[in-house]
Ligand binder design. Structure first.
Ligand code: GTP
Ligand code: SPV
Ligand code: MN
Length: 583
């Protein structure tokens, strides 16, 4: 028994006062017992064992269906450590504020102790966490999303080097909901929520907010990125990491199925990760990425046999569905965009009777599946590789109806960091608040960077300077629309056509056209075989409208002002260059 873990459990149970404490050992017997218990209380529903073996349905409270960015805090001694883009609380004040909310919150309940590893157990890139929670739903999700069990405690040994996470459902009171991070103490405190990113503390809280601080101190990067391997007909695999904001296509791109014309030639995609990448320099001077997670917490709506068959296949066993439709006809699940046959006899995400004829949506737009990574038919052979995979390209992207072309290439590392830093995207249902509003979301990390974002940009620049064999940077936008709001680009599997150009740019085997914002493809170089698109359509998707970009540059200037002295000089220079190019 690790005495630091014991101390943490003792202190936290002293505060929350649970009736009993159960240590999660990761065994099948224990998991099965917890599933049974959750079903007996109605917390979870067991689904059709023949059609969806070992799968369960859970509905969260109606006021608790997404990350709450306005109630998420970075708590540090000094405000400047959290920077201008984070909500901040002074650490001591935050602890004092939280104490009465946690006091007795687990009375009559059980506290579960979850030792977990982010990354393969024992890899030197991996980090250990201990989450204490009073939710079986959280335990069962953590068992899928991370590596849980006794072997993690064995790996930790006598060390005090683990991230402490304390989660209590309390009363799911939205007014007293807090997701607080204490990067100076490696501690996370989450209370009054039972939903996803607010409570599965290994994910956004640890693997991004706390880990970004660890990465700054230790010389690596914790990023909101998918990782994929693109196998070429000659068998060579090139790895790409890509950052898109929440609900902007990471899971879909990570599991892409190449169009027939590519598949027939031998192109394949291998999934390493769909949400988070930890990136560091390898001995050979290249950047290597690992996926610290062990499962997918994916957006359900829109996932179907055509858009993402690999994600759908991943959900066929051992999966927990959250806030989707319960199909009572065969005790399975349904969501908008799954197929054209919504059930007639069903329960919606709020728990009300529902039928496919209803005017209202049956599944919440941010309903999710929690699926084991090993279920994924295209999971990479390198998924467990403790050294990670070497990156050839880093892609940034967002949801922009206008302005941003389908793809463009940055001119060098500093320009690439600039391109990441100016990312903007329409907000989605993954967080509470308005949907469809364009906001700046640098590197898709606005809600997840655990420290001053100006320093974060500086850290990115420094990592580049230390990297001898740098990947190339690109920006993509699958979401450009016509005047009626229809997507101009087919997306999904067809995104392979853009990845193909990106890889050929990395190999230096295709030319590009210079524009004020970077290099775009010659339309003829995007392989359109098998589509009904023309070169003119691609040319239209690649236009860089100077008037729109002048407005964009103004917005970037405004955004950069937030960072004051902490904005790295190189980025100010990059903005000057952009303004000059637009003259
Ligand atoms: P998080 O898990 O919240 O981080 O989301 P994500 O970035 O993994 O997004 P995901 O792949 O789940 O996609 C979210 C939504 O975007 C879904 O409704 C998809 O159908 C849609 N989407 C994904 N890729 C594309 C694309 O290439 N084109 C279009 N038009 N929509 C897409
Ligand atoms: C996201 O919002 O980016 C997610 C879902 O991946 S959550 O885990 O809720 O953050
Ligand atoms: Mn995400």
């Amino acid at each position: 028994m690790n005495k630091f873990v014991e101390e943490f459990v003792k202190k936290s149970s002293g505060l929350t006062k649970p009736d009993r404490i159960i240590w999660i050992d990761g065994s099948k017997a224990q998991i099965d017992a917890l599933r049974k218990e959750a079903c007996s209380t109605g917390e979870m529903t067991k689904l059709n064992e023949d059609l969806l073996p070992e799968c369960y349905l859970h509905r969260t409270a109606v006021n608790d269906v997404a990350r709450v960015e306005d109630r998420t805090f970075i708590c540090t001694a000094k405000k400047e450590n959290a920077g201008p883009t984070n909500n901040w609380k002074e650490s001591k004040e935050a602890y004092a504020m939280l104490e009465p909310i946690y006091d007795g919150a687990m009375k009559g309940r059980t506290m579960y102790v979850i030792p977990y590893s982010m990354g393969a157990v024992g890899s030197k890139f991996s980090k250990i966490g201990v989450e204490l929670t009073d939710s079986i739903y959280v335990v069962l999700n953590m068992v899928i999303m991370t590596r849980v069990g006794q072997n993690v405690l064995d790996e930790l040994g006598e060390s005090s080097d683990f991230v402490r996470g304390l989660h209590a459902k309390a009363d799911i009171d939205a007014e007293k909901r807090y997701i607080c991070h204490f990067p100076e103490d490696n501690t996370i405190m989450s209370v009054n929520s039972g939903y996803g990113g607010n409570v599965l503390l290994g994910k956004k809280c640890f693997a991004l907010r706390i880990a970004s601080c660890l990465g700054r101190d230790e010389g690596w990067l914790a990023e909101h990125m998918l990782i994929l391997g693109l196998e070429k007909p000659n068998g060579e695999v090139k790895y790409i990491a890509a950052a898109f904001p929440s609900a902007c296509g990471k899971t879909n791109l990570a599991m892409l199925i190449p169009p027939k014309e590519f598949a027939e030639k031998g192109y394949k995609i291998h999934t390493v990760g769909d949400d988070i990448a930890w990136i560091r320099k390898g001995k050979d001077g290249r950047l290597y990425a690992i996926n610290p997670e062990n499962g997918f917490f994916g957006v359900a709506p829109g996932t179907n046999e055509k858009s993402n068959p690999n994600a759908l296949a991943s959900t066929k066993q051992g999966t927990i569905f959250t806030n989707v439709v319960h199909n009572l006809e065969n005790n399975t699940v349904w969501w908008e965009g799954l197929d054209k046959n919504p059930p007639k006899n069903a329960i919606d995400w709020k728990g009300n009777p529902w039928s496919g004829d209803s005017e209202v949506k049956g599944a919440h737009p941010n309903s999710r599946f929690t699926a084991p990574a090993i279920n994924c038919p295209c999971i990479s052979d390198e998924f467990e590789n403790p050294e990670g995979v070497p990156l050839s390209a880093i892609i940034f992207g967002g949801r922009r109806a206008q302005t941003t072309p389908l793809v463009y290439e940055a001119t060098d590392w500093a320009n690439g960091v600039f391109v990441g830093s100016i990312m903007a995207s329409e907000t989605t249902a993954a967080a509470t608040g308005a949907v469809g509003v364009v906001r700046r979301d640098p590197m898709a990390m606005l809600p997840f960077c655990g420290y001053h974002m100006g320093d974060y940009f500086k850290h990115w620049l420094e990592v580049g300077e230390a990297t001898e064999k740098q990947p190339k940077f690109f920006n993509v936008n699958w979401f450009r629309t016509d005047d009626e709001g229809n997507f101009l680009w087919p997306g999904f599997g067809d995104n392979m056509r853009v990845l193909d150009w990106i890889i050929r740019r990395c190999e230096g085997t295709v030319d590009a056209v210079s524009t004020p914002i970077g290099n775009v493809p010659n339309p003829k170089d995007i392989n359109l075989e098998g589509t009904n698109m023309t070169e003119a359509d691609i040319a239209n998707l690649l236009t860089v409208d100077k008037a729109l970009w002048k407005k964009e540059a103004e917005g970037i200037g405004e955004f950069y002002k937030k960072f004051g002295e902490q904005l790295p000089k190189q980025l100010a220079t990059e903005l000057d260059k952009l303004n000059n190019n637009l003259k």
